[in-house]
Write a protein that binds this ligand. Structure first.
Ligand SMILES: [Zn+2]
Length: 99
């Protein structure tokens, strides 16, 4: 397994690129009490910036090492959202009350 250490400089690059928002749920790090993590999109991939995403603890804990999850609409396995390859609005939407 490749070494996965993320330097402080690389962490800042990823956080700045994400504008301080979780790249999965769009929560803003500024308003949360827990610091965000740097997620390896491909959990067995390297620490190249294209394989890294800023993630809140909730999303990071849910995703963990998964690359697929059950799609609640189809009931079949589907690839987990990839913030480097997928468009957020094609996968998620806010409720009418923005929750
Ligand atoms: Zn999140």
């Amino acid at each position: 397994m490749p070494k996965k250490k993320v330097s402080p400089h690389l962490r800042k690059h990823v956080a700045d690129r994400a504008l301080g928002c979780c790249e999965y749920c769009m929560s803003q790090e500024y308003y949360l009490t827990h610091g965000f993590s740097i997620d390896h999109i491909n959990p067995v991939g390297n620490s190249d910036p294209d394989n890294l995403a800023l993630a809140c603890q909730g999303c990071n804990n849910f995703k963990f090492t998964k690359k697929q999850a059950i799609d609640p609409e189809s009931g079949t396995y589907a690839a987990i959202f990839n913030p480097r390859a997928d468009e957020w609005k094609s996968h998620f939407r806010w409720n009418e009350n923005f929750t």
